[in-house]
Design a protein around this ligand. Structure first.
Ligand code: HEM
Length: 491
C-alpha cells in the first residue's frame, strides 16, 4: 500500500520513473557529500609541517563523544593515555581537544603560558551564571575581581566565620538524627547556607529569602539541555536568573544608598574603587554576576566532596574511629572551657585534614578543566591549533601511580609527606585557581568535628557506583541512616 511505503519509494512509484528519480537525487547526494567533506577537512586541517599530538579524532563532527559516554570518563582518559601518552588529541562534544595528563604540561597550560590558553565555558552556562563573573575573563578585569574575591576568602578574612558556620552545623545535624538522609542533598543545603553568609555577610537582608528561592529555581535548570523554549527547565532557570538579577540589583542599590556596604563578598565588591580610574566602581551587574558565580562555585563542589568523605569514613571504620579520637581531644577542651570551636582549633586537626586531602585526590570531583588555545601554539614538540580546547586532566594526575602509589587505595597517611610539586591540584593551579579552598576546608572540618563526635551513619541500599550530576558522587547521592553515636564504645 502506498501509504505504508517509505517516502522516496512512494515518490518513485507514483509519477516518475526510477531513472528520473536517480537523476533528481544525484545532485542532492553530491551536495551532502561536499558538505561532509568540508566539515571533515576543516576538522582535520592543520599545516602539514606541524605535528598534532597523537590520538584519534573519531567520526566527523561527533568525534569520540559517544565513546566518552559509553565508557566511563575515567577509563576513556586512562585508555587513551596508555595508548598515546601524556598529551593526546581527541574530539568531543563538537570540539577538537588536546588532553594533558602530565604535571609539567598541565603547569604550562595553567601557569607558565596561561596567557595562551583562555578559560572556556558553554555559552548557556555563561548566560546562566552571568557573563561578567570572573571565571569567563582574563587580563585586567579578571585580576581586579580575583584580588577582591581572594581577599574575602583568605584565612585572615574567614577565621571570624567559624562560629557562624558552627551554628549552621548545629542547626542541621539534630534534624538528621534517626532519619534517612540523602547525603548529597543535605550537604548541598549546608554548603549553600555557608556560601550565602560568605557572599552577603552575617546580617541577613530582607531580600535574602527571595534570593535563596530564586537561586534554587535557577539551579534546577543548570544542567538541563540549553533549550530556551517555554516550559523547558532551561527556560524556567533563565527566567529565575532574570528575576534574581532584579532582586540582587535592588539589594545592591539599597546598600549603596544607605552607605552600608555590609559584610561578605558583597560588601567587599561594593567598597571597591579601581585605583587607576578614580571612582570607577563595579557596576550592579558586575557585582550580581560575581555574587551568583561564587555561590555556584562554592556549594556543589564542597557538597560533593563532603558526600565522598562520609562514604570513605563509612567504609573505613578504623579511620573513622581515629578521626573521632582526634576530634574528641578537641571536644573535651571545648567542654572544659565551655566554648565553641575557634579557628585555632581547626588548625589542630591533622588527621581530619589528611582525610579531606585524600578525598580531594581520590574523588577528584573536578576531573579536568577546560582551556582554549587563543592562537596556534607550539607545545612540547606538538602543534595545537588556535581554537582547540586544552584539558588538563587533574584526575589522571591524581591517580598516577608514579606520584601516588596504589592510587585506588584510600590512604590519608600518604599526605604525611607533601605531594610532589604540581601533582596535587584539587583546587586548580595558576591565575584561575580556586580562591575558596580555605573556606571549603574550614566548613568540612567544622562539620566533621560535630558529626564524628556525636553521630554515626549507615548506608542504605547499594552504595557502590558513581553518578555524575555534574560532579561524580556516590550513587543516588549516598542515602544514609543517621543515629546518635554510642559514646561508651571503646575508641
Ligand atoms: C571542595 C570544594 C571546591 C573545589 C574542589 C574547587 C575547585 C576549583 C577548581 C579546580 C577551580 C579552578 C578551575 C579552573 O582552573 O578552570 C576553581 C575555581 C574557582 N572556585 Fe573553587 N572549588 C571549591 C570550592 C570553592 C568555594 C567554597 C568557593 C567560594 C568561596 C570557590 C570559588 C571559586 C571561584 C570564584 C573560582 C574561579 C576562579 C577564577 O576563575 O579565577 N570554590 N575551584
Amino acid at each position: 500500500m502506498q501509504l505504508s511505503l517509505s517516502p522516496p519509494l512512494a515518490f518513485a512509484t507514483s509519477r516518475y520513473s526510477q531513472v528520473q528519480v536517480v537523476f533528481l537525487m544525484v545532485p542532492g547526494v553530491l551536495f551532502c557529500c561536499f558538505l561532509l567533506l568540508l566539515v571533515y577537512l576543516q576538522w582535520q586541517y592543520h599545516p602539514k609541517d606541524k605535528r598534532l599530538p597523537p590520538g584519534s579524532m573519531g567520526w566527523p563532527y561527533i568525534g569520540e563523544t559517544l565513546k566518552l559516554y559509553a565508557e566511563n570518563p575515567n577509563s576513556f582518559f586512562f585508555n587513551r593515555q596508555k595508548r598515546f601518552g601524556d598529551i593526546f588529541k581527541t574530539h568531543i562534544l563538537g570540539c577538537p581537544c588536546v588532553m594533558i595528563s602530565s604535571p609539567e604540561a598541565a603547569r604550562i597550560v595553567l601557569v607558565t603560558r596561561a596567557h595562551l590558553f583562555k578559560p572556556t565555558y558553554p555559552t548557556s552556562k555563561e548566560k546562566m551564571i552571568g557573563p561578567e563573573a570572573l571565571f569567563f575573563h582574563q587580563g585586567a578585569y579578571h585580576s581586579r575581581l580575583k584580588k577582591l574575591v581572594q581577599a574575602s576568602f583568605l584565612p585572615s578574612a574567614i577565621r571570624g566565620s567559624v562560629s557562624e558556620i558552627e551554628q549552621i552545623v548545629l542547626r542541621f545535624l539534630p534534624s538528621w538524627k534517626n532519619t534517612t538522609i540523602n547525603t548529597l542533598q543535605e550537604m548541598k543545603r549546608y554548603a549553600f547556607d555557608v556560601a550565602v553568609i560568605s557572599a552577603f555577610g552575617e546580617k541577613q537582608d530582607l531580600e535574602m529569602e527571595g534570593i535563596k528561592h530564586l537561586y534554587q529555581r535557577l539551579e534546577k535548570g543548570y544542567n538541563s539541555m540549553p533549550l530556551d523554549l517555554p516550559g523547558t527547565p532551561f527556560h524556567k532557570a533563565m527566567k529565575a536568573r532574570k528575576q534574581l538579577n532584579e532582586t540582587l540589583k535592588k539589594l545592591i542599590q539599597k546598600r549603596r544608598q544607605s552607605r552600608r556596604q555590609g559584610g561578605g563578598l558583597l560588601g567587599v565588591l561594593l567598597g571597591d574603587k579601581d585605583d587607576e580610574k578614580l571612582n570607577n566602581q563595579l557596576s550592579d551587574s558586575q557585582i550580581a554576576d560575581n555574587i551568583i558565580g561564587v555561590i555556584f562555585a562554592a556549594h556543589d563542589t564542597t557538597a560533593s566532596v563532603l558526600t565522598w568523605i562520609l562514604k570513605y569514613l563509612h567504609d573505613n571504620e578504623d579511620l573513622l574511629e581515629a578521626v573521632t579520637r582526634e576530634q574528641e581531644g578537641i571536644r573535651s577542651k571545648l567542654v572544659e572551657a565551655n566554648r565553641g570551636l575557634t579557628w585555632d582549633d581547626t588548625r589542630r586537626m591533622p588527621l581530619t585534614s589528611r582525610v579531606i586531602q585524600e578525598t580531594l585526590r581520590t574523588a577528584s570531583i573536578l576531573s579536568f578543566t577546560f582551556r582554549e588555545a587563543v592562537q596556534d601554539v607550539e607545545f612540547e614538540g606538538f602543534f595545537i591549533p588556535k581554537g582547540w580546547k586544552v584539558l588538563p586532566l587533574f584526575r589522571s594526575i591524581h591517580h598516577c601511580a608514579d606520584f601516588f602509589p596504589r592510587p585506588e587505595k584510600f590512604d590519608p597517611s600518604r599526605f604525611e609527606v607533601p605531594p610532589k610539586p604540581n601533582t596535587f591540584m584539587p583546587f586548580g593551579n595558576g591565575l584561575h585557581s580556586c580562591p575558596g579552598s580555605e573556606l571549603a576546608k574550614l566548613e568540612m572540618l567544622i562539620l566533621l568535628h560535630h558529626l564524628t563526635t556525636t553521630y554515626r551513619w549507615q548506608t542504605v541500599g547499594d552504595d557502590d557506583g558513581i553518578q555524575y550530576g555534574p560532579f561524580p558522587v556516590p550513587r543516588c547521592g549516598l542515602p544514609v541512616r543517621v543515629s546518635r553515636r554510642n559514646k561508651s564504645a571503646i575508641l
